[in-house]
Design a protein around this ligand. Structure first.
Ligand code: HH2
Length: 282
């Protein structure tokens, strides 16, 4: 079923799950780098994800994997130029995964409706204002440090409380810049400056706490390292089982938006999970 932006932004109220399919147009993303660099391959993959049940396509032109190098706005725009119009024509809302206002502006001009900012508006001071002016939706994600160094011994006294406080503060910053709270979603940033234990705490207790912010909670656990650490699976594309388990654990606690590479198996798992957990009234 197709969902509009307002359905997505109200998913925490309706309880409807939203599957966000990942499209990385990068040479170096950790699990699909280099696969969708040409416009035809990217458009085909977007259409396949929509047919498999994706409600949103999140397009990124800069890898944020641990240790990744920064990509300039011009280079991101070059990577997106031919691809974005094709993805927009797939017929579902498009999200742009960037921290830079010029890239977000380019994507919004091409028809994107959501800005997914892993820096939560800290990287580029113009980004929140742009989102406000364009009435776009916004994902605010928690990250400790920056991708280059974030996995160097991350430390928290209380990871759940610190991530919650950070996201509450960034929601206030977004509102101060003119973005209505009702246009925002929050994300604990699985794998962004977190140990295995931090990730596990955030997927359980963290979601319990983040839902109290009263905006949709987005989870990006897809194929990530913590799944490899728990399962011994070194190959990211083979981490579908762990991805599903993490999505369902977060789903049970109230997360509604799931950013994943493997759309079909995750959409199926969510449908079965939800049917069991919320059976129709007899
Ligand atoms: N994770 C990645 C990128 N963007 N955005 C949000 N909101 N939440 C996430 O957890 C998240 C994100 C990293 O995953 P991926 O895009 O597959 O890899 P890469 O950064 O190497 O392109």
């Amino acid at each position: 079923m197709s969902l509009g932006i307002d359905d997505i932004l109200r998913s925490h109220i309706t309880g409807r799950p939203v599957v966000m399919g990942i499209l990385n147009v990068t040479p170096d993303s950790f699990s699909d780098g280099g696969t969708f660099l040409d416009a035809d391959a990217a458009a085909r993959h977007a259409l396949d994800m929509v047919a498999a049940g994706a409600h949103v396509i999140d397009v990124g032109a800069e890898s944020t994997r641990p240790g990744s190098r920064r990509v300039s706005a011009d280079e991101q725009i070059d990577r997106l130029r031919d691809i974005l119009p094709a993805v927009v024509s797939a017929g579902v809302p498009v999200s742009i995964d960037t921290t830079l206002a010029p890239v977000a502006e380019f994507a919004l001009d091409a028809g994107a409706r959501i800005v997914n900012d892993v820096s939560a508006g800290r990287d580029d001071p113009d980004l929140l204002t742009l989102v406000a002016q364009r009435d776009a939706a916004l994902v605010l994600m928690h990250m400790l440090g920056e991708p280059k160094t974030m996995q160097a011994e991350p430390h928290y006294d209380d990871v759940t409380a610190e991530v919650r406080d950070f996201l509450a503060e960034r929601l206030e910053a977004a509102v101060a810049a003119g973005v209505p709270r009702a246009r925002c979603m929050v994300d604990p940033g699985i794998g962004f400056g977190k140990t295995l234990e931090h990730n596990l705490l955030l997927l359980a207790r963290g979601v319990d706490v983040l839902v109290t912010l009263d905006v949709p909670v987005l989870i990006g656990s897809s194929r990530k390292r913590f799944i490899g650490a728990l399962s011994g699976e070194p190959e990211p594309t083979q981490r579908i089982g762990g991805t599903i388990a993490a999505c369902l654990a977060a789903r049970r606690r109230g997360a509604t938006v799931f950013r994943v590479h493997d759309v079909s198996p995750v959409a199926q798992a969510l449908a079965v999970h939800d049917a069991i957990e919320t059976p129709p009234l007899a």
